[in-house]
Design a protein around this ligand. Structure first.
Ligand SMILES: Nc1ncnc2c1ncn2[C@@H]1O[C@H](COP(=O)(O)OP(=O)(O)OP(=O)(O)O)[C@@H](O)[C@H]1O
Ligand SMILES: [Mg+2]
Length: 273
């Protein structure tokens, strides 16, 4: 008997599923929705339950939403704090901002770069009188803190590193002043997500950790080179100031220059993948 290769069987199953139902529920209870359907769901589904998040310091809420057909959780972050100076363990930060708006801006930037699958979908939503960001709850197995604690490593080191290199590029681009391992989440098959950008988008035109830039996904490199400041400003107009957009573009230039330097020193194959 001829058995279809697994790849084909998966493709056929996915096609049948998408033709027969948009709300098919898999074994892991993850509804298969398109990105646009997820956005619509997050924007419009009714909040049927809420609880305070167990991790993090800014007291996010875990909400359960339902549109009558799909029921799914989401994380609500309403922080929007602005201070002239803030004393942190790392020193004094001027023009300190901690804002839900940066979660949405990061998602929109990731969309422009074609790496939005590394973040949960983030939208803006009002809940109990507060406006905040709402993100699709991810099927998380553990976070980076837990992985380090348990001394686990991904079985496919290349696949893991290739995801991490993309996270590093995004981190340099958004300049997150609170990069911590509870914001790197791991799912099935060692899929990596990056969440929580409320302390990102600082005004620095320099990179925070240029040494973190080692290798780059080819497609991402092309998207970085063609990232258009006006398009970014337009897409993020409710979430980033003009100066914040300018700083992203300045860091973009530095990231591209850094990779170009590495390519000229080591050769393209050592840097791009
Ligand atoms: N979309 C999501 N899917 C799954 N888990 C999430 C999601 N969003 C948040 N979490 C979990 O909730 C925790 C807290 O959320 P988040 O990191 O957004 O806020 P926070 O850490 O309180 O914010 P901050 O670090 O800015 O104070 C995360 O570390 C993660 O464990
Ligand atoms: Mg966090």
């Amino acid at each position: 008997m001829y058995i279809l290769p697994l790849r084909w069987r998966r493709l056929i199953l996915a096609t049948v599923v998408s033709l027969t139902s948009t709300h098919f529920v898999t074994a892991s209870d993850e509804p298969i929705l398109t990105k646009e359907q997820i956005k619509q769901f997050l924007l419009t589904a009714k909040v049927v339950k809420s609880e305070q998040s167990k991790k993090g310091i800014t007291q996010t809420s875990r909400l359960t939403l339902s549109d009558g057909t799909v029921t799914h959780d989401a994380s609500f972050q309403k922080i929007d704090e602005h201070k002239a100076t803030l004393q942190l363990a790392s020193g004094t930060e001027m023009n300190f901002v901690d804002s839900y708006k940066y979660n949405i801006a990061a998602y929109q930037l990731a969309e422009l770069l074609g790496i939005d699958d590394m973040l949960p979908v983030y939208v803006e939503r009002k809940w109990k009188g507060d406006t905040g960001s709402l993100s699709w709850w991810l099927p998380v197995k553990m976070d980076e803190v837990e992985r380090h604690k348990q001394k686990l490593t991904a079985p496919d080191a290349d696949a893991w590193n290739n995801q991490m290199y993309k996270v590093r590029v995004l981190d340099q681009l958004v300049y997150d002043n609170d990069p911590n391992l509870t914001n790197v989440l791991i799912g099935e098959d060692w899929k990596i997500w990056r969440i929580d950008f409320t302390r990102a988008f600082r005004l620095s035109k320099d990179l925070r950790d240029p040494k973190d830039l080692v290798r780059c996904d080819r497609q991402l490199f092309e998207k970085l080179k063609t990232l258009d400041g006006n398009e970014l400003a337009d897409k993020t107009k409710h979430y980033l100031t003009k100066d914040e957009v300018k700083a992203v573009m300045a860091r973009r230039d530095k990231i591209v220059a850094q990779f170009q330097k590495l390519i000229s020193e080591k050769g393209e194959k050592e840097v791009l993948y």
